[in-house]
Design a binder for this molecule. Structure first.
Ligand code: AMP
Ligand code: ZN
Length: 462
């Protein structure tokens, strides 16, 4: 049974969906005012791991990720650039989808945009107003946090630090400012606005996620995720808005991932200590190794980004590629290897046990490499049979439905390269060593290294 650490209870809990084997999950998505950095992608890659693992365990996932396309920073930038917000955000939305493809992040079912759900947000604000949770001042509508008893439960805020009557308008604020927050912001000169019963204006950021999650997933759903920085105020405010209106529990399991750090500090746009994915790709790093680096540390541990670690990730993937190549190309023997069969069975169940334990990915990767060591020993002794080889290959494929990094080794050896290796073999058989060397050099220039072994030609990515 899958277990998760639930921020709401502060405990590891067994996961049980509301409805049979269906999981409804909401994920806070990007604010498209700029390119996302790899800190953001640490969170998105982990959320992808979570999604893939739920599916691996036979659950049916409906996931929503919002696109925040109206917000303080977007408005500021669009005013500076003198273009409408949707024109300003369009290239960043496109870049976001390109980036998630490069990282093999699966597309979720629904990507609602904030600007397409203004009506739902207004409806929710009206509901809160009618139930007495709000007040209007200066043309804006605020949520009165003292009117919602459970405020602070998620982020474990002490009620005494609540500053009654103080208000905040900006979308983001820190833990020191536990204040009434804005639901609807009165129109300001030059800014985009929509009509509403509270006057012309625009929605606050928090309102967006409550309105869109409940629209697509219902008033109560299974899982809500984000980075730890979303816990307060964003998720606390989402709970207040949703539960105050519906009178029902909003979300059963709240999961939050820790940050990607640089030199011990959170990677953030505002600090300037960030790398975008495209920067790394342009410098020759592969999406596959970046994914692996971001994925391989348990999500509730901080991960310090270094280029050293990225190179190590690349090397570990090479070991995986080498291993798969060995499975696909090395001779096997007849019969059956009982000991190895047992090791495979063990690995298969250990992988699940480990991942069931709050997605212990580093443990699960350990299980894979332990099996690789066992199998390599058996190969060295000439003790691998076709039966084991096929089981291991299919096990790797099934694990890769979770990891999304193993099969992608394929992209580096396309049909062309296979053909060239065959031509080189042919040339060597004909003792045409000039041609054989030319082909080897040509492959080398594409980053493919050939090794002549007694078992035949092996290739490696340089
Ligand atoms: P934002 O666009 O700032 O709202 O962030 C989008 C997502 O990225 C949120 O879930 C954040 O929690 C997450 N995030 C932002 N910075 C980092 C970081 N340095 N490490 C991990 N996740 C982050
Ligand atoms: Zn959100």
């Amino acid at each position: 049974m899958i277990h998760f650490f639930n921020t709401l209870s502060g405990q590891v809990e067994a996961f049980k969906p509301i409805e049979g084997n269906k999981v409804r999950m909401y994920t806070c998505g990007p604010t498209v005012y700029d390119f996302a950095h790899i800190g953001n992608f640490r969170t998105y890659v982990w959320e992808d791991l979570l999604r893939r693992y739920l599916k691996f365990r036979g659950l049916e996932v409906t996931q929503v990720m919002n696109i925040t396309d109206v917000e303080d920073k977007i408005i500021k930038a669009s005013l500076q650039n003198k273009i409408p917000i949707d024109e300003y955000t369009a290239p960043y939305i496109e870049a976001f989808f390109k980036d998630i493809d490069a990282l093999a992040i699966e597309r979720v079912e629904i990507y609602p945009r904030a600007t397409h759900h203004i009506k739902e947000m207004i409806d929710l604000a009206v509901c809160l107003k009618e139930k007495g949770y709000t007040y209007e001042t200066g043309g804006s509508l605020y949520f009165r946090i003292s009117s919602f008893n459970d405020y602070g439960r998620l982020s474990k805020l002490d009620k005494r630090v609540l500053r009654h009557g103080a208000r905040v308008d900006s979308d983001e604020y820190d833990k020191e400012n536990v204040q009434d927050f804005v639901l609807w912001k009165g129109k300001k000169e030059g800014e985009p606005f929509w009509p509403s019963p509270f006057g012309e204006g625009r929605p606050g950021w928090h309102l967006e996620c409550s309105a869109m999650s409940m629209k697509y997933l219902g008033e109560t759903f299974d899982i809500h995720t984000g980075g730890v920085d979303n816990i307060f105020p964003h998720h606390e405010n989402e709970i207040a808005q949703s539960e105050a209106c519906t009178g029902k529990k909003f979300v059963n399991y709240w999961l939050h991932s820790s940050h990607l750090l640089v030199d011990g500090e959170k990677m953030a746009k505002s600090k300037g200590n960030f790398y975008t994915l495209r920067e790394l790709l342009e410098n020759g790093y592969r999406g596959r190794s970046i994914r692996y680096l971001l994925l391989a540390t348990h999500y509730r541990k901080n991960l310090n980004f270094t280029f050293e670690a990225l190179k190590q990730a690349e090397q570990e993937l090479e070991r995986l590629d080498d291993f798969r190549y060995r499975l696909e190309s090395e001779k096997v023997v007849a019969g059956m290897n009982e000991r190895l069969q047992e090791k495979i069975r063990e690995a298969e169940s250990e992988f699940i046990q480990t991942m069931d334990d709050d997605l212990n990915i580093s443990g699960a990767i350990g299980v894979i490499f332990k099996l690789i060591r066992e199998v390599n020993i058996s190969y060295d002794r000439g003790e691998v049979t076709a039966g084991e080889r096929d089981r291991i290959l299919s096990l790797l494929r099934s694990w890769d439905r979770v990891l999304g990094v193993i099969e992608r080794g394929r992209e580096f050896i396309d049909e062309d390269i296979e053909k060239m290796i065959a031509q080189r073999n042919e040339a060597r058989r004909n003792k045409d060593y000039g041609t054989a060397d030319r082909i080897r050099a040509e492959l080398l220039s594409r980053g493919i290294v050939l090794e002549d072994t007694p078992q035949g030609v092996r290739w490696k990515k340089r």
